[in-house]
Design a protein around this ligand. Structure first.
Ligand SMILES: Cc1ncc(COP(=O)(O)O)c(C=O)c1O
Length: 488
């Protein structure tokens, strides 16, 4: 097979005027929106990136897709830059930089354990992300383990258990109903190992689940519980001891540290009894070829057992730096600020006709800064495209890797996303409703201006309609370039 080296060697070109840390390129008209920073508790990279608008000019990009991947904390970037000259292989190198890197890698483990309030005997395994962590645990389950999940989970917590007997519980409509449903299912289950997997905060509704109560129900029936904290940990303290969960999983890139690391932390016994997640160097202590030509392997027992291959030391270090930054900023302060932004968004959207914010648990539910909504008469892909193209706001649209939850929330909406077509009339009523939604999410790096611009944009799009035309391309709505040509 021939490889097109011209393509491989093509340099990546950043759009002009968007290089982080550089002064904005001259723009006409002058960029609108206020450059982020002053009122965001933690500075992030990218607050000076300009997004082009289809209607002309540029605006400071408003990143409202934290739930997918949060921007990099400046502090994390600085810590990684300070470490970079000392970067070296970990664990097996004899040289000075290997020793420095090994120490930092192991210290990162300790920082994460402290951040999570781990028990003294718990283990922190570095993985690639939450999906990897939960797949690792799925591979470590004792034979005949029964698994219990709610259909509301992200696919990362719903699908890894497919080789095991899994009970998928219906979407509960209150936190109490969730606890009662789990209690009943576990009571009816036969003896034997059992695992409950539950999300801490939904990646669709942002609603916080009753983790402590679910853990108590699990333990009452001799089950163990793993907490998917992918969306909880960036917004809220997660204390393994206090919540009394057996394991917790989360991702660095949602916690302001996008360098490819994640975590599975918790009880050691099932992990130590399991075959290594990956077979290879680092996980093996001693390998011998026996007389019959077979390989006899003695595996490590600690975290290294499931970290075969060269560890992602930069990822682990960045993730630990993010944990330190959040701890030092003080979660109480961060939570209060985020709740203020959330109230502003929810109040603002409540005033816009035809906007429905999705919720399982109702308006009183505790939430993090993640919310999804549908708009009467709008295809969600069209709405998200207009927010980006006309307002420089980055949100997400679709089913958010939580298909059963979207079905539970949107009931009989058709599966087909439908066409985005032209501009819907402001009074279009329920037109192109389909099984997708728009999600906005924010956090410690979000300035007030971003959420205010978002609320204003939603109101304007709904009441006045878009100022551009859009067409469907590969199932997604994009600004129509022909309209751009026609406009000039
Ligand atoms: C609740 C939840 N769990 C798990 C995941 C998977 O995380 P990752 O893609 O980092 O593995 C996500 C990602 O969006 C999520 O929102």
């Amino acid at each position: 097979m021939s490889v097109d080296t011209a393509v491989l060697c093509e340099p990546v070109t950043l759009p002009t005027g968007t290089a982080p840390g550089t002064a904005p390129a001259p723009a006409s008209p002058a960029p609108t929106g206020r450059r982020a920073s002053a009122d965001a508790p933690l500075p992030v990279l990218g607050d000076d990136v300009l997004a082009p608008l289809v209607t002309g000019g540029e605006v400071f990009y408003a990143a409202l897709d934290y739930a997918a991947s949060a921007p990099v904390l400046r502090r994390v970037w600085d810590d990684v830059a300070a470490y970079a000259p000392y970067y070296g292989s970990v664990h097996r190198g004899a040289g000075h930089l290997s020793q420095v890197s090994t120490r930092l890698y192991e210290e990162s483990r300790a920082t994460v354990a402290r951040f999570l309030g781990c028990r003294p005997d718990d283990e922190v395994v570095f993985t690639r992300a939450t999906t990897d962590s939960l797949n690792l645990l799925a591979r470590a389950l004792p034979t005949d383990t029964r698994v219990f999940v709610f259909e509301t989970e992200h696919h990362a917590s719903l699908l890894p258990w497919r080789g095991h007997r899994t009970t998928c519980l219906r979407a509960p409509r209150t936190p109490d109903e969730a606890v009662a449903a789990l209690d009943e299912a576990l009571r009816a289950a036969p003896a034997g190992p059992k695992l409950v997997c539950v999300t801490g905060a939904s990646n669709v509704t942002g609603e916080i689940w009753p983790v402590r109560e679910l853990a108590a129900a699990a333990h009452r029936h001799g089950a163990r519980i793993v907490l998917d904290a992918a969306q909880l940990a960036p917004h809220h303290p997660v204390d393994v001891s206090e919540l009394d969960v057996d394991w917790v999983a989360f991702s660095g890139h949602k916690l302001y540290a996008p360098f490819g690391a994640g975590v599975l932390a918790g009880r050691t016994d099932w992990l130590r009894a399991a075959e290594p997640y990956l077979a290879g160097g680092g996980a093996s202590k001693r390998v011998v070829r026996d007389a019959d030509g077979a390989l006899d392997v003695e595996w490590h027992t600690g975290a290294a057992r499931h970290e075969a291959g060269s560890p992602n030391v930069v990822g682990a270090y960045a993730l630990a730096a993010a944990c330190r930054a959040l701890e030092e900023a003080g979660f109480d302060r961060l939570v209060r600020r985020e709740q203020r932004l959330l109230a502003r968004v929810l109040d603002g959207l409540a005033d816009v006709p035809g906007v429905r914010v999705l919720s399982l648990f109702g308006p009183e539910a505790e939430r993090v800064g993640v919310l999804s909504f549908v708009v009467d008469g709008w295809n969600s892909s069209h709405f998200a495209a207009a927010l980006s193209a006309e307002y420089g706001i980055g949100v997400r649209d679709g089913m958010f890797c939580a298909h059963p939850l979207l079905r539970a929330l949107l009931g009989g909406a058709p599966d087909e996303p439908g066409e985005c077509g032209g501009a819907p009339a402001p009074d279009a009523g329920t037109g192109e409703r389909s099984l997708n939604a728009v999600r906005a999410s924010f956090g410690a790096g979000t300035p007030d201006e971003h959420v205010d611009r978002f609320v204003r944009a939603v109101r304007e799009l709904v009441t006045e309609g878009p100022r551009w035309t859009y067409r469907t391309e590969d199932g997604r709505c994009v600004p129509d370039e022909d309209a751009a040509t026609a406009a000039g």
